[in-house]
Design a protein around this ligand. Sequence first.
Ligand code: CA
Length: 247
Amino acid sequence: MNEVRLASARKASNDRAPRILVVEDEASLGLLLVYNLEAEGFQVEHVERGDDAEMRLAEAVPDLVILDWMLPGVSGLEICRRLRARDDTKTMPIIMLTARGEESERVRGLSVGADDYVVKPFSAPELMARVRALLRRARPERVASRLVAGDIDLDRETRRAKRSERELHLGPTEFRLLEFLMEKPGRVFSRAQLLDSVWGLSAEIDERTVDVHVGRLRKALIRGREKDPIRTVRGTGYSFDETFGRS
Ligand code: CA
């Protein structure tokens, strides 16, 4: 298990792996899902209660959620409904899980906006195939190959970034950091959130590491009197200035 975790974390640090939240109160099934998803190279988080899932989803939006129907705290159905009402999770892929005998609820599940619906017991490869299919379908609109803000132009395919036609010499971490911040301009991320999203290894790295890499990123980005696109929010963290390039 540890080796699998390590391997997927490494994979994620090479190219930010899709993040999947598993909400399942059956401990053994939750573990099985985490194991299989990590083996596929995904970054996985697992919570067992509906209310914990809501807390987690308020902090960060994953690329996909696997949501059990019957949960302690808040039901999967209710979570799904609430996610669909939120702007930033309206189109996030959701797979609902349900026990045999609840199939009649299928229509209700799809009517509150689940993208797919899987009846237990299911085979792990079957679920993995559905996860991959949903992520592929979701990707085109979620992932533009280029991010442009003002005079900064980041190309995800070639992994290169430019400012005013000047090639930026960024290390892989600085590149991912810039990419992540540019994806959500104006949104402020704490150091812990950045470690979690950009490094994918929150527990093992000191939060000051983030400051070091933001410093390097700024050094590469800014020449002379060029404007700093990254905003330091005292006591909180960092964000990509949403007004950058607009004035
Ligand atoms: Ca359950």
